[in-house]
Design a protein around this ligand. Sequence first.
Ligand code: PMP
Length: 444
Amino acid sequence: MSEHLFYQTRQTRPFIERSEGIYLWDADRNRYIDGSSGAMVSNIGHSHPHVLAAMQSQMQKATFAYRLHFQSEIVEQFAARLAKKAPLGLDKVFFVSGGSEAVETAIKLARQAALARGDDKRFKMMSRLPSYHGSTLGAVAVTGTPPFADPFAPMMKAMPKVRAPLHYLDGLDPNDPATAAHYLKDIEDQILAEGPETLLAFLVEPIGGASTGALVPPAGYMEGLRALCDQYGLLLIYDEVMTGGGRTGTYFAAEHFDAVPDMIVSAKGLGGGYMPLGAVISRNDLVEDVLDHGGFLHGFTNAAMPLAAAAGMGVLDVIEDEQLCARATRLGDTLFARLKELQARYPFIGDVRGKGLLLAFELMADAQTKQVLPKELHAHSKLVDIAYQNGLIIYSRRTRNGAEGDHFMVCPPLITSTAQVDELVGLLDKSLGQFADLYLKEVA
Ligand code: PMP
């Protein structure tokens, strides 16, 4: 434990020395494969020379100019390129420094857009259980992970949550239209119970992140959700903090569905770990309405920082030039197949799921009955620690409330080569074997 620094817990890790491509080296020269791109951040890998050069070039001009004092060419250009990546009609961009700030921005923009229309009764943000939307209080209020919110409950208004479509745990076929209909009925019931006229927006991870372990919604679910939002006057906001930046095989996961959101929230892969960066990309008319009615009451000192925009532009260049979206699909298929092979050999892998390079597997005591491993086993942290000792970084969660299970995100950078996928899977195989030998004997 460092004398002056603190994080969530007292856990310590080695000091970072250097990072390049998909690898990180600690101060003792141990090498690690970044099998989770940090926290699904480093989509283009580490120390990409193109981004370093783009940042260097901007650094020589201006690192920071307060946005209320100066416009910035690079920030304008970046906004224009991002708007092009978003679905048609979403072309107003507000830059921030990360995912939580972007979620806060979307919540406040949605509320102010409702006020601008004279609709002051709408204030409730609906979201899912489980879900994760960030660490600031507004984002915590919409996050469907109760332990993160409970201590702060007296300080905020409870926001309605509806169960995520956990079709694997529920034993439902994701391709059967009845499955989506089942979960959509839940949503509609809850909309009606809350009073549609009080609801502002539905916030959803189009493909689930760490909270659900790369949950792909059942066929027709996103389209049905869009229709419900239209019917009852809710805005639909996609939290693409984890899915954006090409991770699922398209720049935004929105492209996978026939359902256009009213806003997209982005971060993580947007700055790719080169600078803290987030954004909200909104429907034009919502922003115009707010600006016509007294302006947007919101702002962060470091929002729209030129150096961050230069880093983001550099990252976007790499994603486009190296065709990393297509690569995420191709490599994702390969990695998915390899994870399925591991599942065939390790019966305690209950599920493998995801899209592109947003992949996860779930550990179960019994895959047939969906019985989870005992909580006291702390499988999620044990396997991560074993993999870490073997030089592989993966990202895990034990989810609660409706999805009691240990799942592991396997989300390497999109620049990973096929040979490196082999290397990653080899280390994972070794780690799973060690985990089973050490901890699963008595469970089995
Ligand atoms: N939304 C989602 C879907 C996320 O995965 C995260 C971060 N894990 C956030 C929001 C919050 O982003 P940040 O940690 O950058 O504030």
